[in-house]
Design a protein around this ligand. Sequence first.
Ligand code: SF4
Length: 366
Amino acid sequence: MFQPDFALTDSLLKKLNSIKSADIFSLLATETTDLEKFALLLSPELDISQLKKLSTMAYQETRKRFGRAISLYIPLYYDNRCINGCTYCGFNVHNTIRRRVLSEDEILHEAKLIREKSFKSILLVAGEHPQSADTAMLTALISKLHKVGFSCVSIEIAPLSEESYRHLRDDSHLDGLYVYQETYNQKRYSEVHPSGPKSDYSYRLETPARGAQAGIPRIGVGFLLGLHNDWREEALNLAQHLLYLQKYHWQAEYSISFPRINEAEGVSDIYTPVSDRHFIQLISALRLLFPFVGMSLSTRETPEFRDKLTPLCFTNLSAGSSTAPGGYSEESTDLEQFEIADERAPAQIAEMLKQHGFDPVWKDWE
Ligand code: SF4
């Protein structure tokens, strides 16, 4: 059972906050990256020239392992009901937004529209509600999505038991599970998850391991950047989590997503923005520690930022996303979970990738 070693995190934070700029140069010259070096690369002392060097190393590492291919995926929101009280999310139970639950026919219609945009990889997304996470319903749905041409079907929904994940994997060939801890800081976690099943920190933390144990081949982890006021602490705990998963659940392939908090309607919770510079430092240092891990960048980021950053570390991009149930059939901004910053059509994203010398891949690896 995983739990971050908070004492280790504290001691690494002390080290990274006391390293001198001159020592970072020699650090950048060493070949391998372990947890301690990763921590030191997160130093606030890292200057612009060192950041440039770090990001160049990350770029080289990424392209050495992943070549020029970038996979494209799209989320399909099918239910925006939620029984949790997350203070930072527009779908939270207390928010008086319009709720919508798509029927199976409506989901398949949305999926058809998505297939027409060339996607073969789809991510099913729902708020946490017992009905949206019903195993029998999901088994039938995922099987149908495979039948209509999706080679990769993943879920980002309420955490389930290992037994449920095993059913989804064995009976409908579920390909991927995405579950973000939001924040690894327990105090902050309690503050922003005051009610509902999500307030159980440990159950959520153990979800990636349950999924991997059940045989789901691809697992995505991450935290919500800006939710806790120390992104370096979050990065150290995420790194420990991923090292644990790779050691004890090595059969699965892992990826990291980097959602940065965005304004959502009806949400007034205070958060701490993570700057572009720190974002680049974070992803570059993570790439050196995890050379084989996929990295995803969502449409929460602006087109300009996505165009600049994609070559650096990323292997997966969402494109043409709607965060509203039924959003591909009709525009309905009042149903959105968060605002999309990159509203370009999937074909435009594919064109941008080609212009940068990358190959857009519409399906995940089969
Ligand atoms: S973050 Fe997820 S669990 Fe929390 S309120 Fe939003 S949809 Fe519900």
